[in-house]
Design a protein around this ligand. Structure first.
Ligand SMILES: NC(=O)c1ccc[n+]([C@@H]2O[C@H](COP(=O)([O-])OP(=O)(O)OC[C@H]3O[C@@H](n4cnc5c(N)ncnc54)[C@H](OP(=O)(O)O)[C@@H]3O)[C@@H](O)[C@H]2O)c1
Length: 325
């Protein structure tokens, strides 16, 4: 099979199209003939050498695919050869065939193409477990989403809005901020020219945000604390602005805040299966009824994975970048 491997840590030119044997499914796994794979920011960080795959995972990049099951490993039940699925992987998605854990292989939501379905697992699982499970986002909450036009951000805005929350979202240009409003935010905030703390406070009559989904950290952590409401929950999912932060603990105490965070990839299959069950029960119906949709910015053939990474690093995209086989 043709795959994209990371020749050595570095720039997009390190992504090389090579041939490898088709893997064989082990216990509890299915083999998927991949139609499309999603490109995610963590793939870029892996390529740069800063985010190694967890033990036992494929060394190939790619954490989500959609395609057709072509073989079943031992002890797989409830799935059959020929079924189309979308699957969350710990790696190995940039390939013509990929192995997936059976509990993380979900049916294609009604009405979605395989390319659209491949855009779902990484962002929908991440947003479900962080914004809803950890952050406790509920109807009526005021929610602040950083990076509103990212793959994660476009998902989080739509889901929070569909849930009945009022969404504020930051993005790096005026046009991107307006796009956040088109997909459900009450106010998109251009973080380069506007102060999100001030705007969230003004937009909530001084109360602040009940939940904040943060992919920046660094200097944003204290500003999030200032923008949060009493009993607010701040969930950190990435540290693009730096892993260290100086914060005022007294504000944290006075507002009775929860500051938390998580990563998805290193969790066990059983832990991810619990997230998959929540996604299937709560989110799949919203996709089938078209209340939320994957937003796809661009699609590249597998051989052009380096171009796909260059586009992601330019940050000029809105939504997801996809690879097709
Ligand atoms: N914890 C987890 O389990 C998990 C899982 C998946 C992804 N992630 C993380 O989630 C983030 C998004 O992933 P993705 O694949 O959706 O990537 P992406 O589309 O490349 O998005 C990165 C986003 O970060 C935004 N950003 C950068 N600096 C910012 C700042 N100072 N203020 C506000 N926004 C800022 C960018 O906004 P502009 O382009 O507008 O500047 C861009 O929208 C990545 O950092 C990724 O590592 C975490």
């Amino acid at each position: 099979m043709q795959v994209i491997e990371i020749a050595s840590p570095g720039g997009p030119e390190q992504l090389r199209l090579v041939t490898r044997p088709v893997p064989q499914p082990g216990e509890g796994e299915v083999l998927i003939r991949v139609a499309a794979a999603g490109v995610n920011r963590p793939d870029v960080v892996q390529r740069q050498g800063h985010y190694p795959p967890p033990p036992g995972a494929s060394d190939l990049p790619g954490m989500e695919v959609a395609g057709t099951i072509v073989a079943l490993g031992p002890k797989v039940s409830g799935l059959t050869v020929g079924t189309e699925v979308t699957a969350l992987l710990a790696g190995g998605g940039y390939a013509e065939y990929a192995l997936a854990a059976a509990p993380l292989s979900l049916p294609i939501p009604a009405g979605l193409s395989l390319v659209e379905a491949a855009a779902l697992p990484e962002t929908y699982f991440t947003v479900w477990t962080n914004l809803f499970e950890r952050g406790g986002c509920k109807s009526g909450d005021d929610v602040l989403i950083h990076g509103g036009t990212s793959g994660i951000g476009t998902t989080a805005i739509q889901l929070a809005h569909a849930w009945g929350a009022r969404v504020f979202a930051t993005a790096g240009t005026h046009a991107k901020a307006r796009f956040c409003e088109e997909i459900g935010a009450v106010r998109g905030i251009d973080y380069r020219t506007e102060d999100f703390v001030e705007i969230v406070k003004l937009g909530t009559d001084g109360k602040g945000a009940d939940v904040i989904l943060d992919m920046v950290a660094g200097p944003y952590v204290q500003r999030n604390i200032e923008a949060a409401a009493l009993e607010g929950r701040i969930v950190v999912i990435a540290v693009q602005g730096g892993a260290r932060a100086e914060i005022k603990m007294n504000t944290l105490m006075i507002k009775r805040l929860t500051l938390t965070g998580s990563t998805l990839r290193p969790r066990t299959v059983a832990q991810k299966a619990a997230v998959a069950e929540g996604v299937r029960r709560n989110i799949w119906p919203l996709l089938a009824s078209k209340r939320v949709r994957p937003i796809i910015h661009a699609t590249f053939p597998l051989a052009q994975a380096a171009e796909a990474h260059r586009l992601m690093e330019s940050s000029s995209h809105i939504g997801k970048i996809m690879l097709t086989m």
